[in-house]
Design a protein around this ligand. Structure first.
Ligand SMILES: [Zn+2]
Length: 109
């Protein structure tokens, strides 16, 4: 059973990597790392934090939710549904300082 679980995990991983290479997109992983599928090869890249142009603070590369719906259920439980998100550089000092990163900029034809 453990082996089976591992295989499923591997399959999911390979499928998602395939998607990155076939679409040649850059995918934020968190902690400043990103997978880049440009040139149909997987590159693990460290996004060197640029300085925030507004306040000079560090910037982190991650997905930023740009559209969402706040739900509130009758029992008081609140949850947020994500409608749209974009990869972005976000200032750690003020999340309002952010710049969208075009994930398709490096594509080769
Ligand atoms: Zn800033």
């Amino acid at each position: 059973m453990a082996l089976f679980g591992f295989l499923v995990l591997l399959l999911v991983l390979v499928t998602s990597l395939r998607r990155v290479t076939s679409t040649q997109l850059r995918k934020p992983l968190g902690m400043g790392w990103a997978l880049n599928g440009a040139g149909r090869r997987i590159t693990l890249e460290k996004i060197e934090a640029e300085r925030c142009p507004v306040c000079g603070g560090k910037m982190r590369y991650r997905n930023k939710v740009t559209q969402w719906i706040d739900h509130r259920e009758p029992n008081g439980r609140k949850w947020r549904e994500t409608l749209d998100q974009v990869p972005a550089l976000i200032c750690v000092r003020n999340p309002k300082h952010w710049a969208e990163i075009d994930p398709a900029e490096d594509a080769e034809t």
